[in-house]
Ligand binder design. Structure first.
Ligand code: PAF
Length: 283
């Protein structure tokens, strides 16, 4: 992989990179499509990274669909598919980890201790191997993208991180490889994340700027769904991912909700338009 990437660089080509854990859906292929507009070659990776799963999480049962994933990536126009195995990425004696302090402890990091250390470490390694000019990530994992951007800045990496919109099912459910775990009833109930975010957006449109009020709106929507159990529902600053009290700067409404044993996340990104009171919403 390193040789191929170096060769592409030597030919002054622009390398685009889409790192994934496989179990591909249209969110992933949208990243490839975006990358193809800006780069050639487009390199994608599939690696189910053991270091970002907690001991009681779904590493063993995480969907592995190499054959159909390869077909999907190839149909989307991926030029090179990088499929390292765990022993290559973490050889015996591996000891070096990347920790992005502070940002990694809250929200997802609080619910999934060690998760972002695993993500930052593997993404650092993948960026080091592929040396892409651009790397593409979905905004559904907003905290992950924030952490990776911080790491790239702090460690002087020469990759630009490109954040792409969330892709949703027609009923609003954000695409996620973990949606495959949902039973039919849970799948129906899973629209509750989108409904809660829509409710927050409606309040914002009506002029509400108090974060606690927005939070309680989201919680009420989730509480009304019998199959759902909230993990967190917060309004956080888009830079520090710390809770805020008023909506006056770019922020996220972020949610993590259990449907049975499946934990799904989603978010609404809100930013003021210029100096006005108006807000732009990215759902
Ligand atoms: O978002 C993911 O699929 C993973 O966290 C990533 C970025 C591929 C690292 O394993």
């Amino acid at each position: 992989m390193k040789e191929a990437a170096r060769q592409a660089r030597a030919e002054s080509r622009i390398i685009g990179f889409v790192p994934t854990m496989g179990a591909l859906h249209e969110g992933h292929t949208a990243l490839v499509q975006r990358s193809k507009l800006e780069c050639s070659p487009v390199i994608a990776s599939i690696f189910v990274n053991p270091k970002q799963f907690g001991p009681n999480e779904d590493f063993a049962k995480y969907p592995r669909k190499l054959e159909s994933d390869s077909e999907k990536f190839s149909a989307a126009g991926v030029d090179t598919l990088f499929l390292p195995d765990a022993a290559e990425i973490y050889p015996t004696g591996f000891r070096t980890y990347v920790t992005v302090e502070g940002l990694s402890d809250r929200l997802e990091g609080r619910s999934r201790p060690g998760h972002f250390r695993g993500v930052a470490t593997v993404v650092m390694k993948l960026l080091e191997i592929v040396e892409p000019h651009y790397a593409y990530f979905g905004r559904k994992d907003a905290q992950q993208v924030r952490i990776i951007s911080q790491m790239v800045r702090d460690l002087n990496l020469e990759t630009e991180i490109v954040v792409c919109p969330i892709i949703r099912e027609p009923d609003g459910l954000a695409l996620s490889s973990r949606n495959a775990y949902l039973s039919a009833d849970e799948r129906r109930a899973a629209t509750v994340l989108h409904r809660a975010l829509e409710a927050a957006r409606a309040k914002l449109s009506a002029g509400v700027r108090d974060a606690l009020q927005l939070q309680s709106t989201m919680r009420k929507v989730i509480a009304a769904e019998p199959l759902a159990r909230v993990d967190y529902a917060e309004i956080v600053d888009a830079d520090a991912f710390e809770p805020i009290t008023r909506i006056a700067r770019p922020c996220y409404a972020v949610l993590a909700v259990f449907l049975g044993k499946t934990r799904l996340i989603d978010n609404l990104y809100v930013e003021p338009v210029g100096d006005s009171e108006e807000l732009a919403y990215h759902l």
